[in-house]
Design a protein around this ligand. Structure first.
Ligand SMILES: Cc1cc2nc3c(=O)[nH]c(=O)nc-3n(C[C@H](O)[C@H](O)[C@H](O)COP(=O)(O)OP(=O)(O)OC[C@H]3O[C@@H](n4cnc5c(N)ncnc54)[C@H](O)[C@@H]3O)c2cc1C
Length: 510
């Protein structure tokens, strides 16, 4: 099989994982990316010359990476220094109240009791129980399934899973469902925010997305060296398995010949022959014809609205003694207006929720003086149309005011110590997305089933990344990379991703 050539277009999380596993299985793999470094959305910017994680910052579902590392004969802890956080996130409201959620459920329960009273803490405990049940019910039949359909999932759920779904009310929105769990509007808002982890509005996302809260309550980790270290680690392992990486190189066309993929053409004019291609960009680019007419109709699944974009500020700034934790959320007073602005009015939110990742925190030693921060507000995926400078400025001003109310005084003006990234910038980085960062929005009960799986309609073309099943987020994208590698291997008649080192001659069994 060593002569089977695979080109992976995109060195995002899914592309890196696919490439590593395919090369480990003995295939000849080349990864090309138009960016100058691996990671895709996992990127670092350098305000004041300091490396700031400017994409994902919340690292969850560590077990996904434990399994990936095991599949290539190593262990996560021997590759990276990963530490669990005791405080999952710190939340601030405009009325001055504040709540930390902890890795230790008992500590969270006490914190909620102090914050909202014993009865609400009991409701919180019941919510956690339900979220756990939803996660357990859906992990096998949906998240880990290579190609879930509603009918298949229903047969897989079993009586217990079906009862869990029925109790949640799958047709309900997350917002509606949370109203049945919590009396305190702040807790409803806190748990509704998890819909944004897959770029969706809590008012449109199905109640089952409460499982994201469970994922976070199962643990949040920090990666020494930043999230970028995870991408670099996967690339290093890929290199050790023979993957060839080519950066600053855009794929302009996926070539077809005699009804199947035959290679890729690069913007430089060069061509690479390939027996199979894994596409790790957003599927919107394929649908738009950016990769050529041969693969334009290759994506199955329903077209859904774009997910959220964001405006981010990567900073090196003095937080003036503010008691930040690593992950901080500054909520607004009118949560509904934020999603109405973004999804209905298609404008920057007038009252944004601001997320701040204080990247030097979460260890025992608080940072001295200036520290590295990523500030993020949700935004409409209108990066292909251009948001006006006035609109962006107004959002920066209201974000500053929101943080200042809680005592955090930051200037969100662009400067050497503050680098802004807008939906326009994200659209440039991730073509055809309008800056949408999480593929299609998960709006409506069936939306999760509208995502394409790893097999495209074009023979030899596989799909991997946040825009395909099981969806966005670093661990989910990594899983989609695994699924694409597994689909490709299965189509070659190879039964498993067995160890190259375990078979003589480095090849696989058919
Ligand atoms: C600001 C921000 C915050 C986030 N926060 C979190 C978080 O806290 N936790 C979490 O789990 N997730 C978070 N996410 C989501 C998470 O980062 C993504 O879901 C995940 O990293 C996507 O991985 P991917 O495999 O889809 O590849 P992507 O990261 O989308 O990378 C795709 C790659 O393909 C390349 N490419 C595309 N087209 C071409 C072409 N034609 N030729 C060559 N190369 C091409 C691009 O350059 C890019 O490098 C966040 C994302 C952003 C942007």
């Amino acid at each position: 099989m060593a002569e089977h050539k695979v080109v992976v277009v995109g060195a995002g999380m899914a592309g890196l994982v696919s490439a590593l596993q395919l090369a480990h299985a003995g295939l000849q793999v080349t990864v090309i990316d138009k960016a100058s470094a691996p990671g895709g959305k996992i990127r670092q910017l350098m305000p004041d010359g300091m490396p700031v994680d400017s994409g994902p910052t919340v690292f969850t579902m560590r077990w996904v990476f434990d399994q990936i590392m095991a599949s290539v004969g190593t262990r996560l802890e021997s590759q990276l220094n990963i530490q669990p956080l005791s405080v999952l996130a710190r939340h601030f409201w405009e009325d001055g109240s504040q709540l930390d959620l902890y890795a230790d459920p008992a500590q969270s329960l006490d914190a909620v009791a102090r914050f909202a009273g014993r009865a609400e803490a009991e409701r919180f405990a019941r919510f956690c129980h339900t979220a756990r049940q939803v996660y357990d019910a859906l992990e096998g039949p949906f998240i880990k399934s290579p190609s879930p359909t509603m009918a298949h999932m229903m047969t897989q759920l079993g009586p217990r899973g079906l009862a869990t779904l029925a109790s949640v009310g799958p047709m309900r929105s997350l917002w509606n469902s949370l109203g049945r769990h919590f009396n305190d509007p702040r807790l409803r808002q806190l748990f509704a925010r998890y819909a944004t982890y897959c770029g969706s509005s809590p008012w449109e996302a199905p109640a089952t997305l409460m499982l994201i809260a469970q994922v976070e309550m199962d643990g949040v980790w920090t990666v020494h060296g930043g999230m970028h270290a995870l991408a670099s680690c996967l690339m290093r392992l890929g290199q050790a398995n023979g993957v060839n990486y080519v950066f600053s190189s855009e794929c302009e066309r996926i070539e077809m010949s005699q009804g199947r993929v035959s290679g890729v053409r690069l913007a430089s004019g060069d061509s690479l022959r390939a027996d199979s291609v894994v596409f790790n960009g957003d599927i919107a680019a394929l649908r738009k014809g950016l990769l050529g007419p041969g693969v334009q109709k290759s994506v199955q699944g329903k077209v859904q609205p774009r997910s959220l974009s964001a405006v981010t500020w990567s900073m090196h700034a003095d937080t003036q003694g503010m008691a930040l934790d690593r992950h901080n959320v500054f909520f607004n007073n009118d949560y509904a207006s934020e999603f109405d602005d973004i999804f209905m009015q298609k404008r920057m939110p007038q009252q944004p929720t601001v997320y701040v990742c204080a990247q030097d925190r979460g260890t025992d030693t608080p940072p001295p003086g200036a520290e590295r921060l990523l500030c993020l507000v949700n935004a409409p995926a209108r990066g292909d149309k251009r948001l006006s400078e006035d609109e962006l400025h107004a959002c920066a001003v209201s974000s500053q005011a929101r943080m200042a109310k809680a005592g955090l005084h930051l200037s969100l003006e662009s400067s050497a110590s503050c680098i802004r990234t807008t939906p326009q910038d994200f659209h440039q980085l991730f073509p055809a997305t309008g800056g949408a960062l999480y593929g299609q929005a998960t709006h409506g009960w069936m939306a999760a089933f509208a995502r394409s799986n790893a097999r495209s309609q074009a023979k030899g073309l596989y799909l991997a990344g946040g825009s395909v099943h099981p969806g966005p987020g670093v661990p989910m994208a990594a899983m989609s990379g695994q699924l694409a590698a597994a689909a490709l291997m299965a189509d070659l008649g190879l039964t498993s991703l067995s160890h190259k080192t375990a078979t003589s001659g480095g090849t696989l069994t058919h």
